[in-house]
Design a protein around this ligand. Sequence first.
Ligand SMILES: C[S@@+](CC[C@H](N)C(=O)[O-])C[C@H]1O[C@@H](n2cnc3c(N)ncnc32)[C@H](O)[C@@H]1O
Length: 364
Amino acid sequence: MLSLRSALAPRPSRALLDWTVTDLPPGVPTPDATRSTGADLRRGPLREGDRVQLTDPRGKLHTITLAAGTQFHTHRGYFTHDDIIGRPEGSVVRNTAGIEYLVLRPLLSDYVLSMPRGAAVVYPKDAGQIIAMADIYPGARVVEAGVGSGALTMSLLRAVGDGGSLYSIERREDFAAIARGNVELQFGGPHPAWQLSIGDLSDVLPTVAEPGTVDRVVLDMLAPWENLAAVATALAPGGVLIVYVATTTQLSRVAEELRLDGRYTEPTAWETMVRGWHLEGLAVRPEHRMIGHTGFLLTTRRMADGIDAPVRRRRPAKGNYPVDAAGDAGDRSEWTPEDLGERAISAKKVRRVRRDVGQGPSND
Ligand SMILES: C[S@@+](CC[C@H](N)C(=O)[O-])C[C@H]1O[C@@H](n2cnc3c(N)ncnc32)[C@H](O)[C@@H]1O
């Protein structure tokens, strides 16, 4: 187990480099700290520039941005945006063919599922878990990587609020541009709490955050274990790291690397499944289709400097870790049931089961 690293020794300096962006690419606007991104944007009658969601009688959704003098056309008639501007949300507008559309401002969850995507997005069900289980609160200093299409970014910005700080790091410039576009469309311009940098988390994080000053870190990337050292340096004692991964192999690797690092508490992992319900008269039942898998979440917390994570009391079950002939843990080309924590079946039991199914050795 690694103990406290000298890199963690506090440097005499500002708290968090004031969250100042030093490496924004040309043309990237700096956030406007005076703009409010909350209720003002979402309350009251529909205004020019608002994005609204139209639902037609078949449930098909269309999202438009209101502009005076503009028409919304389909192959079955049209109406003008002026028919909507000034009306309350929840109105119904009728087009020239008599087709009615329900008019509402889209919720963040609607927007995330319909917005342009570069990389796979974190679904609203997981974003909600991340906000709740990583305890992301108004005013928190949060670091996020990668940014992808910016779906999770928007939930994080909502949670930290205009007075918090979200520092997002994305290694791909093209994805960062998509995320910026999505975020600015959602919040009507640059969000005052948001800073976005292009680069690798491990390279960028030490340049933007003093050691021990970040409250929460959220990782959604292929190889989060490559960044655990940089994250441990940035996190404040007690700070939360939450990791979202798509596969069990990633989950296992990140858990083992966290234990090896020694600066994190014992990790906790889970997944969530949401099953929609059909509600119609007496036909009240689960939907036939659902999203069966999105990803796994894992949380852990930063230990205080100089304090090793307590050794687990419960010894891992025999066979949970691969061991070679010399008794050392390491990679093995062939996994056994014991490697996966399953109890090995004895030869005696195999013989009995074969007999039970009429396939005993005498029948071979
Ligand atoms: C699945 S996407 C993130 C999706 C995003 N959370 C969302 O909800 O839209 C993963 C992103 O991580 C980025 N990435 C991978 N490793 C990274 C690293 N070490 N530093 C920064 N970004 C990284 C990838 O370029 C990719 O855009």
